[in-house]
Design a protein. Structure first.
Length: 571
């Protein structure tokens, strides 16, 4: 997608007769059809494609090249992985004297250019080309893959030898590597390989949203599945039982672990791989997105020598990342930190991490008992799932240990009645719990295409259905420095969509939080077996921000959007 200013300059030069009404109509059509403005202008015959891109090249001081009829040798073509070529509209068409000649439809896509520079070690020389030329060149990938796929066994019930042979096919190895590499490049957290009746769909979860990246022919299914099973040291001949494994690879000088889950489904075996950046350092509380008041509460809680710190939220809300960040702060030479996790997502130097294994009787409860005999100062329990684990955790907190753990609850106030419902006496819950952090993850606005706008119309009505608009100014004034009544409380931010964010308007994620300290008043409420609503009312009266309010503040600060906050807090 070309930058709007560049496009306007090119249009003024080649099509001065294009009036404002035609341009506005084209913009509306582009928005409705979810296409770029230049696509609509070309498809509707308002501008000639090659002339448009030649002029854009002149404005950007980038030479124009045509790819039609140009046969690119396989070695050069495959320097750029298939998925990168298709997703980012870039083709390597020549290699000479340490330079890699790249044809692109958007030569301002610096992120892709830098990625290819790092990956190849060659100096990129950029040319601009038309989308139709690039589409023709992409067919050369498909023709090559089609030839290679034809040699892959496609039997319905292949023998182990057939599967092993298929997994060792060069095209399968290249395809698997390309899928993994591109997932890392796109910043995906999970890879989904989904067999269907006539094809295999590859989807990535990027910033919490699943995105289809490609469809593969059905006959690669067995080879691709076998290749991942071999990498994960799983059974090739087992197709009717779920399997879990793990493998490591090195990409761009970075060590990555992939946690693999294979599940039998109607059309084969579905594979989900979670990407774990092994060298990743724990984030600070500021990087996680804690506002000043909430951050102070958490910092005070982890300074206490004993008690429980609980992080709550649904699956995929970033609870484990928050716990690892707290461990990173607590991880000092003078303390013994031990964990029992399912699974171990990140290796942390200086922390004794144990992997739960229910098959051999190593559960959270039994692991926690064993940890208490290891003279720990700080204990992390991956999750409190049952009464036994809850009771041992609370007893550990009572006997001088700092215990960190997670629960699956929708908000902070619900956590306390949940522990009581598990069979833990209320006075123990009240006495041992220091703080509860409830959280969700929201997508961050892309900083490259961020724009300010005034919330109105349907968007304003949607917010009004969830929150009292009259209270916005008060919340912003209390929690945002330099905010005054003169500032328009309904002025927010959004991303227009650009190449750097894949036209989504978002790049990366951050947490929104609800932080509830357990004070004397809450201890009394818990002992009285107060409901979650009564606990929430008390906490709100004593300064606790809800996740929605925390999110609205971050929307006002330009971190995320109102639409994203409403999407996440409604779930």
């Amino acid at each position: 997608m070309l930058a709007e200013k560049t496009l306007q300059l090119a249009l003024a030069k080649i099509s001065p007769s294009l009036n404002e009404q035609q341009l506005n109509n084209a913009k509306e059509k582009a928005q409705t059809d979810n296409k770029s403005l230049e696509e609509i202008l070309v498809s509707d015959g308002l501008v000639e494609e090659s002339l448009l891109y030649k002029n854009v090249g002149e404005i950007l001081d980038t030479p124009f090249t045509t790819l039609k009829g140009k046969i690119i040798d396989k070695e050069t073509l495959n320097i750029v992985p298939t998925l990168v070529a298709g997703a980012h509209q870039v083709i390597a068409f020549k290699k000479e004297n340490g330079e890699l000649l790249l044809a692109m439809t958007d030569p301002t896509d610096i992120q892709t250019i830098e990625f290819l520079h790092r990956k190849t070690g060659l100096n990129p020389k950029i040319f601009i080309t038309t989308p139709s030329d690039l589409k023709d060149a992409l067919h050369q990938y498909h023709a090559e893959l089609k030839d290679e796929f034809s040699s892959i066994p496609s039997k319905k019930n292949p023998l182990d030898n057939d599967l092993k042979k298929a997994a060792e096919e060069l095209s399968i190895i290249k395809m698997t590597n390309s899928i993994l590499e591109h997932a890392v490049y796109e910043g995906a957290s999970d890879i989904h390989i989904e067999p269907e009746e006539k094809e295999v769909t590859i989807r990535y979860r990027i910033d919490g949203i699943l995105k289809t990246v490609m469809s593969l022919p059905k006959n690669v299914q067995n080879g691709l599945t076998a290749r991942i099973k071999i990498l994960s040291n799983l059974k090739l001949d087992e197709h009717m039982v779920p399997q879990d494994g793990r493998f490591k690879i090195q990409i761009q000088d970075e060590s990555l672990a992939f946690r693999v889950s294979i599940l039998p489904v109607y059309d084969g075996e579905k594979i989900v791989m979670r990407l774990l950046h092994e060298g990743a350092k724990p984030l600070t509380l500021d990087q996680l997105g804690f506002l000043e008041n909430a951050r102070t509460k958490v910092e005070n809680a982890i300074k206490k020598p004993h008690g429980m710190i609980l992080v709550t939220g649904p699956t995929g809300s970033g609870k484990t990342t928050t716990l690892y960040s707290l461990l990173g702060i607590l991880n000092q030479p003078g303390v013994n930190i031990s964990t029992v996790e399912d699974p171990i997502e990140y290796r942390v130097a200086g922390v004794n991490q144990s992997q739960m294994n229910a098959k051999v009787g190593f559960t959270f409860a039994s692991g926690l008992r064993a940890l208490l005999r290891q003279d720990p100062n700080i204990i992390m329990v991956g999750e409190i799932r049952d009464q036994e684990t809850a009771e041992i955790s609370i007893n550990a907190a009572m006997t001088g240990h700092l215990v960190l753990s997670t629960l699956h609850t929708n908000d902070a106030p619900t956590t306390l009645p949940r522990l009581v419902d598990m069979g833990v006496p209320p006075f123990l819950v009240a006495y041992t719990t220091n703080i509860i952090v409830a959280q969700r993850l929201v997508r961050r606005i892309c900083q490259f295409c961020k724009e300010e706008f005034l919330l109105e119309g349907a968007a304003l009505d949607e917010l009004a259905n969830t929150f009292d608009i009259k209270k916005l100014s008060d919340i912003f004034e209390k929690n945002i420095k330099n905010f005054s009544n003169k500032t328009n409380a309904l002025s927010f931010f959004r991303g227009q969509g650009c190449n750097r964010c894949g036209q989504t308007g978002y790049k990366g994620r951050q947490g929104i939080y609800e932080v509830m300290e357990i004070d004397e008043g809450l201890v009394k409420k818990i002992n009285e077996r107060a409901t979650s609503d009564e606990i929430k009312k008390y906490a709100r009266e004593h300064g606790m921000l809800t996740m929605l309010e925390d999110g609205l503040i971050k929307a006002k600060l330009g971190v995320t959007t109102i639409a994203e906050i409403l999407r996440v807090t409604k779930e």
